[in-house]
Write a protein that binds this ligand. Sequence first.
Ligand SMILES: [Zn+2]
Ligand SMILES: [Zn+2]
Length: 361
Amino acid sequence: MKAAVLNQVGDDKLELRDDVTTTAPGPDEVRIRMRACGVCHSDLSAMDGTLPALAPGVIGHEGAGEVVEVGSAVTSLAVGDHVLITFVPPCGKCAQCASGQSHLCLVHTLAAFTSPRFVVGGAPAFGYAGLGAFAEELVVPADGAVKIDNDVPFEIAALIACGVMTGVGSVLNTAKVEPGSSVAVIGCGGVGVSVIQGARLAAASRIVAVDPIVEKHEVAKKFGATHATTPEGVADLNNQLNGGMGFDYTFDVVGLPQTIRSAWDLARRGGHVTVVGAGRADAMVQFSAQELFLHDKTLHGSFYGTSNVRRDVPRLISLWREGRLDLESMISKRIKLDDINEGLQALRGGGSLIRQVVTFD
Ligand SMILES: [Zn+2]
Ligand SMILES: [Zn+2]
């Protein structure tokens, strides 16, 4: 089958190969034929070493498809089921899962680093984040495939699998934004507009989108931002909207020290700062010892939107069904797997792209 392979961390292109196979599904695993996969910024982060990835490996993690084979012990899924895949499959048995923090379950996540589930040119290869969705087929633990109704388009389900879960989840699950509050969102890509949509769902009264790319401002407004500005313009808006006192909630959706610092500075005393952006392990952010206590702010990391996929996938799908979550408009472009390198290059360039989706026929 065809798959896009990262030969070495640091490569800026994936190698498209047609001699890739999956391993046979183990007793608790399923094989899935991919039908749609979003091109997420974390795929670039895997390639450039910002996020941990094993090479050679198949990149891609925001996907949905159809179950084509189930392992002998799998009872929760059947051939023909439509599923989205998650990079944090909840095992359901560990302390994190038992305490309601299944997004922090490490059981399958760690196993993924020792379980190559692809064969490339006769040698074992890994799937990025335990997945590897830029491939026509993949094998995952059954816990990592969440069944969806057959009438949900695969491309809609794919967006929910990473960007929307992360962005909307950071608002509803991590920050728990209160109605009427003021919100600033730094970074307006696929996850950023999901944060904006989450803030709208939470009935925030003011939602300020911050992005240096001016073309993204109108896009952000379409998804619910009440105001949009560049990083240089945000101080003026803070003066105008909050009397200069800061926002109730701020979200960094970039992951750079300067944007995290801005999110901190833009929050009011007693406000909430949520870090959604995936930064480098060696990028350091500075806070003074005094401001940490004096300003009484909450600084909150948000991994995968503090989500519980078994609870939140159905929730997000019903919000989409009722027209309260606009996922169709997030799809800027549909591409083929053959065009993945052009798609990755377009994402690197920024622009007004929200999500490109790889579709498989
Ligand atoms: Zn992602
Ligand atoms: Zn667990």
